[in-house]
Design a protein around this ligand. Sequence first.
Ligand code: ZN
Length: 82
Amino acid sequence: MPRGRQPSKRPKLKACRRCGALVDSKVNVCPICGSTEFTDNWEGMIIILDSSRSELARELQIEKPGLYAIRVAGRVVKRAAQ
Ligand SMILES: [Zn+2]
């Protein structure tokens, strides 16, 4: 469902360093984990609707539904040992 390209209207998002949640650049406290550390250095975007059923959510250690960055600079994601 294309909505037209509006590159200049793209909302500016930053990623929480602790949990990877993407929030508006005006937000000061992460609504997911309460962290106040954010970075603009992130890649990829994923919407988690049901974290208990998403394998990627498990891999990224996401526990709550929301919008997340797949890669956040400086964030170490521990993968389940297997
Ligand atoms: Zn967070």
